[in-house]
Design a protein around this ligand. Structure first.
Ligand SMILES: Nc1ncnc2c1ncn2[C@@H]1O[C@H](COP(=O)(O)OP(=O)(O)OP(=O)(O)O)[C@@H](O)[C@H]1O
Length: 353
């Protein structure tokens, strides 16, 4: 049995179906990220697990206990929200110690635990500051300290980084991941930022319109997307359509391309091709899977360039070439290039889940 299990969970708001048939199993100590576009239901799923919202269908089992009908206080989790939900009129010590009990007897233990938690999140000695005196990143570290102070068995993070600036976001995501690994606390985080999800998660759950699309490691989600939605949502991707000939090779841009997959003659296929998987060849190179393309547009981004290519008789493709890879070559609009897509990168997309 997994540490946290969600079975056939469903939630409606009036006639709107926010979640439908959601099944999820999170192992002890795992960091699982719920990822999807705005409105796909990821926050609703987190709130159901927290007991802040009640499901219409299905069950939630945490550490072998059915918590589906329990109020939030009877469940065993700590939570961090997007906006710094600290009490503005309480100092940091009182915020972090909030759930730790009161009374004279507990005082010394609470003080020690607060100090330990602040040390843990890299902010020792700020007990007497008030939230308004802290930066956004510091406030989220304090919120994290508060969420973990009671030694919860589950940590729930609802877009904890999205209100921070880009540099602080990257720094704090590394800190949260390191802390989670050190404590071994089972964690579920919501984000709409795919880079954040890939960087932090053991497994990513991709959601769309209230349904799960794919669950897998960051590598699986990126390299073997189950459908076009996942391929497009995670990273950039070109959708290439081509028909297999009698030999199971693809007719594309005046060339025949080989795929590592077994293709049925006469059948039309869709492939997701990552921009970084497109190769730029020397003009005279007639390597396997190569074809001509005209440069429509080149976007210089520093370490990489994004180049929009027009293969003959096919929709445009976006390729990504690193500065090192391009060397001294400049890709002027209108230039004709020899391009290749490796056979192992031409794997047909299964249809929508
Ligand atoms: N209390 C509510 N009453 C009515 N509709 C709601 C309520 N909460 C959420 N919804 C709707 O349910 C859908 C899913 O909301 P949810 O907040 O789970 O999405 P999300 O994937 O977290 O998106 P976002 O990143 O924008 O928060 C949205 O269309 C939202 O408008």
């Amino acid at each position: 049995m997994a540490h946290l299990e969600v079975h056939a969970l469903g939630k409606r708001f009036g006639r709107f179906v926010a979640l439908e048939g959601v099944d999820l199993a999170v192992e002890r100590g795992e960091f699982v990220v719920l990822l999807g576009p705005s409105g796909c239901g990821k926050t609703t799923l987190l709130r159901l697990i927290a007991g802040l919202e009640r499901q219409d269908q299905g069950r939630i089992v945490h550490a072998g206990r059915d918590v589906s009908a329990l109020p939030p206080a009877a469940r065993d989790y700590g939570i961090v929200f997007q906006s710094y939900a600290l009490f503005p009129n309480l100092d940091v010590a009182a915020n972090v110690g909030y759930g730790l009990g009161t009374g004279r007897a507990a005082r010394a233990a609470v003080q020690a635990r607060v100090a330990e938690m602040l040390q843990l999140v890299g902010l020792p000695g700020i007990e007497h500051k008030y939230p308004a005196q802290l930066s956004g990143g510091q406030q989220q570290r304090v919120a994290l300290a508060r969420a973990l102070a009671t030694r919860p068995d589950l940590l729930l993070l609802d877009e904890p980084l999205s209100a921070l600036d880009a540099i602080e976001r990257v720094r704090l995501r590394g800190e949260i991941r390191a802390l989670q690994q050190r404590l071994g606390v089972t964690t579920l985080m919501v984000t709409h930022d795919q880079e954040e999800a890939l960087a932090m998660a053991d497994r990513v759950v991709v959601m769309r319109a209230g349904r799960l699309q794919q669950i897998g490691t960051p590598e699986q989600i990126y390299r073997q997307p189950h459908n076009a939605f996942v391929a497009d949502f995670i990273g950039r991707s070109n959708l290439v359509e081509a028909t297999a000939d009698d030999d199971g090779r693809l007719l594309f841009a005046g060339s025949t391309l080989r795929s590592d997959a077994l293709l049925q003659p006469g059948q039309r296929y869709r492939f997701s091709v990552r921009p970084e998987d497109i190769r730029l060849l020397d003009t005279l190179d007639t390597a396997e899977n190569s074809f001509w393309s005209r440069v429509q547009h080149c976007e210089f981004l520093g370490p990489v360039s994004l180049v929009t290519l027009e293969p003959e008789g096919a929709p445009p493709l976006v390729a990504q070439f690193s500065a090192n890879y391009l060397g001294a070559r400049t890709l002027a609009p209108g230039a004709t290039l020899r391009i290749a897509i490796p056979a192992e990168r031409l794997l047909p997309m299964p249809e929508a889940a």
